[in-house]
Design a protein around this ligand. Structure first.
Ligand code: NI
Length: 259
């Protein structure tokens, strides 16, 4: 059985079809999905979905592009639900320097605040990083004491050097559909070298749909295309791959062991 560690079923493209998607997931052996928040509203929705559906868990966080949402209402909400068996992580949080204008200092401040929150509430993290690897690694190193609960760098496509640093910090990565793209030369070379114990799987749906459905709306039932590609690249029998990745995932997000 497969776990999708980062999916946006709370996105308007998917939320209306959640029940159909979950049926597809059952057919495709996807038994657990972490629905990740990226702003206040989507975090509330992720929490609601996790309470409504057995297979859905949630991660609560403010993405660097929505820093204005990190307010008392959000903080109090996360604190009030953090002990729920369905709240499994803080995220997605991080840095994104892709679309100017952006306020680096504000992004860093809100990221560190959420690292503190994850530490305080004993939850692992889901990190988003785009065009900000240098700052990200610096901040994680400076705050290594806040990382004891571990977590993932989601949609990883960085360098081998970055991967090594992520490993040193006790974090794992999640790999999405990009690895199946025909032009994904760099990611493919990287994934060949990633230690198996660092890998978890994600869709980041509704985006980054794996081949052969690239261009369509993604959903967690497509995650096996990504898994099969990685197992192929690493020359590992698919059953063994699924077992190892599941162990990594349950180790990283211990509350997924509930139910
Ligand atoms: Ni995402």
């Amino acid at each position: 059985m497969i776990i999708d560690v980062h999916a946006h079923l709370n996105d308007e493209l998917l939320i209306k079809n959640v029940e159909d998607i979950l049926k597809e997931c059952q057919i495709c052996n996807v038994d657990k999905i972490i629905c990740s928040g990226y702003d206040k509203k989507s975090s509330f929705m992720a929490y609601d979905l996790s309470n409504k559906y057995k297979q859905i868990y949630c991660s609560l966080g403010i993405h660097p592009s929505s820093t204005q949402d990190f307010d008392d209402e959000f903080i109090n909400f996360v604190k009030s639900v953090s002990l729920s068996p369905k709240v499994v992580a803080i995220g997605e949080i991080g840095l994104d320097y892709h679309f100017p204008p952006f306020d680096k200092n504000k992004q860093i401040k809100i990221f560190v605040e959420q690292l503190k929150m994850a530490h305080l509430l004993n939850l692992p993290i889901q990190i988003h990083c785009r065009d900000a690897t240098g700052d990200l690694i610096d901040i994680l190193k400076q705050n290594k004491n806040l990382l004891k609960n571990g977590g993932i760098l989601h949609c990883f496509s960085g360098s081998f050097e970055t991967l090594h640093q992520i490993k040193q910090l006790g974090l794992k990565i999640s790999v999405g559909g990009v690895v199946t793209f025909k032009n994904a030369v760099n990611v493919v070379e990287l994934i060949k070298k990633v230690p198996l114990e660092m890998i978890t799987l994600e869709t980041d749906c509704p985006y980054l749909t794996p081949h052969p459905f690239r261009g369509k709306i993604n959903n967690p039932s497509y995650i096996h295309y990504t898994a099969e590609k990685i197992a192929d690249l690493k020359l590992i029998p698919i059953k063994k791959f699924y077992n190892e990745v599941r162990n990594n995932t349950l180790q990283t997000f211990p509350k997924l062991k509930n139910n």
